[in-house]
Design a protein. Structure first.
Length: 607
C-alpha cells in the first residue's frame, strides 16, 4: 500500500463518512469547489471594522479596489481593477485622479431591491469616508490619516467635538466625486506610494451606501461588492462559503509571469483567455489546531493546505524538499517567504514594562536578550524562519540584508548584567527578581491555546526562568486578544504582521506614535522616531529614504517597544487536481486564478 494511503487509513475511519458525503455532494453538483482552511478565526467582513489578516482575505474576494496587483508578475506590479487605467498623478504625489470603468455592478442584494446596482465613483468616496466615521472604530484609519487627505480628519474632529454623527454629505477638499465615474484624492503632503492602498479591496474596496444603511450594525455579516465572489453562508469561527458573483463582469486570465519561471509560464499559457473566476465556490473551514488541519489535507477533505504546520515540516518537506511519497501522489509545493514579521510587544503605558526611563528600557532589552531565537526557529518553527534584525521584511523596499542589530542576539549573561545594574534583583531569596523599588516583578504574556502558541509560550517560560523573571500567561482566543490589545489591556502579546504592500513603511507604522491603538499596539510614541517615519513616507525610493528607514529600525533596537523574533517562511501544498496555484504576497483572493479538476478531485476522494 502507498505510504500516503497508509497514513490516511491510520488516521482512523472517521474520514470515511466525510468522504462519502463529499462524493454525494460532488455527484449532485458539478460546480468546481475549492476547499481549504484558515488557521485563525475570522472576525467579520466589513473593511471599516476589521484589521485581521484572515477576515481581510475574504473581504478582498468580495469587494474591489480601483487597482490590484498582477497575480503572476514578479516583482509586484500594479494594474487597473475597476479603474479604467492607472490614475493620473500630479502636484508632486499630492493629487490623484481615478476613473472607474462604466458597466461594473454590485452583486444583487435586497438593499438594491434585489437588483444589481452599477458601481459609481461616489461608492469609493463613501467607502473611504467610512474609516473616518467614529461609529465603525476603524483600525485602519491611521493609514489614511498618515496620508493626510485634506479636510477629512478635520471634519471628523469637528463632529466628534460637537457630539454629532459623521456627515457623509459634507464636502471636503481632499476627497470628492468629479462625475459619475471619476473621483479625486488630494493630500497635504506627498505620498509616492499611496496607490498601494488603492490596490487592497479589504481596505479601500467599494462599499454601497444603501447596503450599509440597510444592514446597520450587521454590516460585517453582509458584505456586498463588485468582486468575483459573494458571501453565500457564514458560521462564525467554523465555516465560510463563497459563491461566484452572477453579475461579475467578463475578465479573462491574462498573466505575465517572469520569463525565467518555466512553471508559471506554462500556467499562464494554459489558462490564457479563460474567464475569471475559474472556480464556482470557495469553502473555507476554520481549523486552528495543526493536526486536524494536516489530516484534513491528507484525507482529501481539503484541496490545499495553506501554511504547512511547522510540526509537520520534517515529515512533508524534509530538508525543505517535498517528501517522496507526497511527490508520487502528485502533491504540489509552493514555498515562499511571506512579507511578514513575528514579534512580541511591550505595552508602553504599562507601569511594569512600559515607559522611556533607563531602567524600563533596560528591563525590555534584558528580556529580549534572553530570548533564544535560534532555539525558537529550530524547536518550534522547525527551521521555517530566519532571525529578524528589525521589523522590515525581506522583499519589501527598505529591507537591508546588511543590517545587523542586537534584535537577534541571545546573551543571557548580558541580560542578567543589565537587570542587576538597574536594580532588578532577587531581594528576598525566593529565586525571582523584584523591581528596583522592591515590589514584585511579574510579566504577563498574552497567548492563544493552539499548539504553536503553546510551544512558543514554553520557550518564553524557559527563557525567563533562566534569568529569574517570573512570567505568567493569559490564554484566550486570538480575536479576543486582539480586542484587548486594541483597548490597551495587555502587558505583552506575541503577534505576526503581514504587509499589504511591498514597502517597509507598513512595518515602521507599527511603532509610529499617531497610530497608537491601531497598528501601534504597544502605543510607542517617540518624537524623534515619529519625525523619521513621517519624513521617509514623503520621499521617493532612493538612498536618502533607505538611510532614514534604517535609522528608524535602530530606534526599535534602542527602546525595544517590540521584540522582533523572525521573518517566517511558508510552504503551501496542493493536491494534483488543484491547477494553476501560486502565491502572490499582495493578492489576497488568489481563488480567482486557481482551477479545479472536479473529476480528478472526485476520483481521488473515491479511492
Amino acid at each position: 500500500m502507498h505510504p500516503t494511503r497508509r497514513h490516511v487509513l491510520a488516521a482512523g475511519l472517521t474520514g470515511l463518512g466525510t468522504r462519502a458525503r463529499a462524493r454525494a455532494a460532488s455527484a449532485a453538483s458539478p460546480k468546481k469547489t475549492l476547499r481549504y482552511a484558515f488557521l485563525v478565526s475570522e472576525t467579520g467582513f466589513d473593511p471599516a471594522q476589521v484589521t485581521d489578516y484572515y477576515s481581510r482575505i475574504v473581504i478582498a474576494g468580495i469587494l474591489e479596489a480601483p487597482l490590484e496587483f498582477a497575480f503572476l508578475a514578479r516583482p509586484a506590479t500594479l494594474r487597473p481593477a475597476t479603474a479604467a487605467a492607472l490614475p493620473e498623478i500630479d502636484d508632486d504625489y499630492r493629487h490623484f485622479t481615478f476613473r472607474i470603468q462604466p458597466g461594473i455592478h454590485f452583486a444583487p442584494d435586497p438593499a438594491f431591491g434585489g437588483r444589481a446596482r452599477e458601481l459609481v465613483a461616489e461608492d469609493y468616496v463613501y467607502a473611504i469616508k467610512r474609516h473616518y466615521d467614529p461609529r465603525w472604530k476603524s483600525g485602519n484609519l491611521y493609514i489614511l490619516e498618515n496620508a493626510q487627505i485634506l479636510g477629512l480628519s478635520e471634519l471628523r474632529r469637528r463632529l466628534m467635538a460637537a457630539n454629532r454623527p459623521f456627515d457623509y454629505d459634507a464636502p471636503v477638499e481632499g476627497l470628492r466625486a468629479l462625475d459619475r465615474y471619476t473621483f479625486e484624492v488630494r493630500l497635504a503632503r506627498p505620498a509616492p506610494r499611496l496607490l498601494y492602498q488603492f490596490a487592497d479591496g479589504s481596505f479601500t474596496g467599494a462599499v454601497a451606501r444603501e447596503v450599509v444603511e440597510a444592514y446597520g450594525d450587521r454590516i460585517s455579516a453582509h458584505p456586498v461588492g463588485t468582486g468575483a465572489f459573494r458571501l453565500a453562508q457564514w458560521t462564525h469561527s467554523s465555516r465560510i462559503e463563497l459563491e461566484r458573483n452572477p453579475t461579475y463582469r467578463e475578465r479573462l486570465y491574462d498573466e505575465q509571469p517572469p520569463a525565467d519561471d518555466a512553471r508559471l509560464q506554462a500556467v499562464a499559457a494554459q489558462f490564457k483567455g479563460r474567464r475569471l473566476p475559474l472556480v464556482d465556490r470557495v469553502v473555507i473551514s476554520i481549523i486552528e489546531q495543526p493536526q486536524p488541519r494536516w489530516l484534513a489535507f491528507l484525507n482529501h477533505e481539503q484541496d490545499l493546505i495553506e501554511v504547512l504546520p511547522n510540526d509537520y515540516a520534517p515529515i512533508a518537506i524534509p530538508n525543505n524538499r517535498l517528501a517522496p511519497n507526497l511527490a508520487r501522489d502528485g502533491v504540489g509545493m509552493v514555498r515562499y517567504a511571506r512579507s511578514d514579521v513575528s514579534l512580541s510587544y511591550f505595552a508602553m503605558n504599562h507601569p511594569v514594562v512600559g515607559g522611556y526611563s533607563p531602567e524600563r528600557v533596560a528591563l525590555r532589552r534584558a528580556i529580549c536578550l534572553a530570548v533564544d531565537i535560534e532555539r525558537e526557529i529550530r524547536d518550534v518553527r522547525r527551521g521555517q524562519a530566519i532571525p529578524a534584525q528589525g521589523p522590515i521584511a525581506p522583499g519589501c523596499w527598505g529591507y537591508d540584508p546588511r543590517f545587523k542589530s542586537e534584535m537577534s542576539d541571545f546573551d543571557r549573561a548580558r541580560a542578567m548584567a543589565l537587570l542587576d545594574l538597574y536594580g532588578y534583583v532577587d531581594r528576598n531569596g525566593d529565586g525571582w527578581r523584584e523591581q528596583p523599588d522592591g515590589s514584585p516583578l511579574l510579566i504577563e504574556y498574552a497567548t492563544s491555546p493552539d499548539q504553536t502558541f503553546r510551544q512558543l509560550a514554553e520557550q518564553w517560560q524557559k527563557n525567563m526562568d533562566a534569568i529569574g523573571i517570573r512570567m505568567r500567561f493569559q490564554v484566550a482566543q486570538w480575536p479576543e486578544q486582539l480586542k484587548s490589545a486594541r483597548a490597551g489591556k495587555l502587558m505583552m502579546w506575541g503577534v505576526g504582521w503581514t504587509s499589504t504592500q511591498p514597502d517597509g513603511d507598513d512595518f515602521l507604522a507599527l511603532a509610529y506614535g499617531p497610530n497608537a491603538g491601531q497598528s501601534n499596539l504597544p502605543r510607542f510614541d517617540l518624537a524623534a522616531y515619529n519625525a523619521i517615519c513621517a519624513r521617509q513616507r514623503e520621499l521617493p525610493d532612493g538612498p536618502e529614504r533607505q538611510a532614514l528607514m534604517t535609522d528608524a529600525q535602530r530606534y526599535w533596537v534602542a527602546y525595544m517597544p517590540y521584540k522582533v523574533h523572525v521573518h517566517r517562511i511558508y510552504t503551501d501544498l496542493t493536491h494534483p487536481w488543484v491547477l494553476g496555484y501560486d502565491r502572490n504576497l499582495y493578492v489576497r483572493d488568489f481563488w480567482r486564478y486557481v482551477d479545479i479538476d472536479p473529476q480528478r478531485q472526485l476520483g481521488l476522494e473515491a479511492a
